[in-house]
Design a binder for this molecule. Sequence first.
Ligand SMILES: [Zn+2]
Length: 406
Amino acid sequence: MISSHSEPRPSDLGDVRTANRAVVLRHVRRHAPCSRADIAAHTGLNKATVSSLVGELIERRLLRETGLTENRVGRPATMLVLDGAPYAALGMQIAADELVVVAVDLAGTRLLTWRRAFAAPTSSPAETVRALAALARRAITRLTGQDRRVLGLTVGVPGLVDADGAVPRATALGWREVPLAADLRAALREPGLTVDVDTDANLAVLAEHRHGAYAGTAHLVHLTGGASVGAGIVAGGRLLRGGRGFAGEIGHLTLDPAGPACGCGRRGCLVAYAGLPAVVGRLLPDTQQDGPVTDFLPEIERIQALARQGDPGVLAGLADVGCRLGHAASVLANLLNPQAVVVGGHFATLAPWLLPAARTEFAARTHAPTSGGCLLDASTLDSAATALGGATASLAAVESGRLPAA
Ligand SMILES: [Zn+2]
């Protein structure tokens, strides 16, 4: 799994057992169904330890026996899988024109994906917290009605997020200094449920790393497409957060100091060319006549229709957005040498028209031969990638071997 902690810490016997539990859970997640003997053979833990850990994990309903057996030479072995039934984890995302909630079980199976139309960029932080809490409560009610316990909730925000889950700045939402995690905890009044906040890009790359076409890739970047553009970076299998958690803000990379004005107060930022409002505003100038767009899906569908019809203005506009995207991806490739840069959101929806120009620009601007082996590709996850990553993040405590409170 992706971890943001790398420094060694002293351990006592409890820590060792927690770490070993995580090893067993990870092995079963990757190789289920598998037997106790498989776990011992592949993890290096001795059979007695595996047997004791598995017994405890079955008792706490994190693992279950399938009833199937594998016939080996000697005696049959009972097979184990992650127990998907008792627990659920939630992820949410604040997108340009909607709120999304996704629930997964311990095995990563998606239990629900709900969307609620909501224009966060034109709403106050307090209104957004109330809407998030209402949607989360509905999901919690549904899941607890299925006799599941909800372990945690992680919300993805298009902006900067500090270690306390506060948002010092989210230009796409017009937010400054919003203590989102604290406000949401207060609004939910759900003790026993952890509430965390992370950037949408960090959660999207977590989803990509676990569920996407490049799952397991050790050096991976997900570039979010939406009202903001951010890079979620996995380097060496770990999420790269930087000193205060603000790494990956490539949306405000200056591509041209004389370029269009950006919401951040500077000019010519990537997001001012390639962000969702910029793309819609530029390709469909008539949309702005009735004030800011609050529902982007019909506009994106219009752009797709015009591109399919071969509208020269729309095709030229998309090619230019593709160039900007390729430029930004080359900066990531030159700095980080990832194995893949995967683009999501509207970049993925519009990929047939963006990627050809993006790949040409990307190859031309990357210094290493063959772009250092880096592929530039569209995400195969749907537009709920951040929420899916949030749900995955909410499983982190259990996956790291900590048992849910009894
Ligand atoms: Zn900017």
